[in-house]
Design a protein around this ligand. Structure first.
Ligand SMILES: *Cc1c(COP(=O)(O)O)cnc(C)c1O
Length: 367
């Protein structure tokens, strides 16, 4: 049996008939930039996320970068974030000229530890950028409290968590802005790169729209410098189709995760994901903690099971950030997670047989 980590063809087969006319209609209009589908998707995502406004951008990375630029974060500023995340989180902070300041994670949820944030706040801190890793929303109430106390922006890196909730509130709807990615492997994946920023602040949304278009308003007049961060109309058209299915897909992922949880329940070597009882996650990844992670990974690949390590090296140890002055040992929880975690296939179209096969292979190796 072969079980890939993700099977986008299986998903495409279920929506092929809806997708074709949506894309054809953009082709017929030849309206590739800022076409009506972009507005339509923005409206749909704003509604879906319980936000006042949404701004389509070219990627999740651009969502983070444009948010920072629009909020005026730059040289001399500091932004607090987690070292255990995809590179774009800290990369986008760095690109504005600001300094990423890392704070270690909670070992069970892998999200930034709110109890450790306040010690990292300085006079230069302008924002906190929590990441809702693997789908689960970070501990937003204490984060928002600290932000209010020190007058900081909160930029939610919600690239992995569209549709997840924290105490009943949607991912992206709690901070100053929320940033989504439509990279094809994300739960709401486009036909290439895409992203979106959501916010409750309509005036901020207006400035974000200027930012994605070189800071121009009106056309060809620039009070400040933005970039070309626009979302293609074709992407928007495809995403409108997929958004209609997102809740069903997320429910299927949760059901698959529950099956793994049960299959590993009596098996001590595997630590299954910890989801707080007030959180609902979309399981962008199903990540277990195991001993002999690298050996298990090689074994699973040999046995036809797709799996991946998110992420093998914490950001504070990345070569490009050497001048930040961090060293091994600074963030022990993040470092340990990087050594022990492994993502298993959890995509919605998985069959029971495939889930049993994957869990069986993990148990076979670790028994
Ligand atoms: C995917 C991802 C991003 C970047 O999104 P892109 O659309 O690939 O640019 C940022 N942060 C996190 C946590 C991600 O998983």
């Amino acid at each position: 049996m072969q079980v890939p980590l993700l099977d986008l063809k299986a998903q495409y087969a279920t929506i092929k008939d809806e997708m074709a006319p949506a894309l054809q209609s953009v082709m017929d209009s030849q309206y590739f930039i800022n076409g009506p589908e972009v507005k339509e998707l923005e409206k749909a995502v704003a509604e879906y996320s319980d936000c006042a406004a949404a701004v389509g951008v070219a990627s999740g990375t651009d969502a983070l970068l444009a948010s920072l630029m629009t909020l005026g974060v730059g040289a001399g500023d500091e932004v607090i974030t987690t070292p255990y995340t995809f590179f774009a989180t800290a990369g986008s902070i760095w690109r504005t000229g600001a300094k990423p300041v890392f704070v270690d994670i909670e070992p069970d949820t892998f999200n930034i530890d709110p109890a450790k944030i306040e010690a990292a706040v300085t006079e230069k801190t302008r924002a906190i950028m929590p990441v809702h890793l693997f789908g689960q929303v970070a501990e937003m109430d204490p984060i928002m409290e600290i932000a209010a106390k020190h007058n900081l922006y909160v930029i939610e890196d919600a690239a992995q968590s569209i549709g997840s909730t924290y105490r009943g509130r949607k991912a992206g709807a709690i901070g100053t802005v929320g940033c989504f990615s439509f990279f094809p492997s994300k739960n709401l994946g486009g036909l290439g790169d895409g992203g979106m920023i959501v916010t409750q602040d309509a005036e901020l949304a207006d400035r974000l729209m200027q930012c994605r278009n070189h800071g121009s308003k009106p056309k060809y007049y620039h009070k400040w410098v933005g970039g070309n961060f626009r979302l293609d109309t074709l992407q928007a058209a495809g995403l409108i189709v997929k958004l209609r299915h997102l809740d069903d897909w997320s429910a299927a992922r949760r059901a698959n995760a529950a099956k793994y949880d049960e299959l590993f329940a009596d098996f001590e070597p595997v630590t299954t994901p910890v989801i707080r009882d007030y959180n609902v996650t979309i399981y962008n990844q199903y990540v277990i903690r195991v001993p002999k992670r690298d050996e298990l990974r090689a074994f699973l690949k040999e046995q036809g099971v797709g799996c991946e390590v998110y992420y093998p090296l914490s950001l504070h140890e990345q070569e490009c950030f050497a001048e930040l002055g961090y060293k091994r040992g600074d963030f022990p929880e993040s470092e340990q997670a990087a050594a022990e975690t492994l993502a298993l296939p959890v995509y919605p179209e998985l069959t029971d047989e495939q889930i049993q096969f994957v869990a069986g292979k993990v148990r076979e190796f670790l028994a």
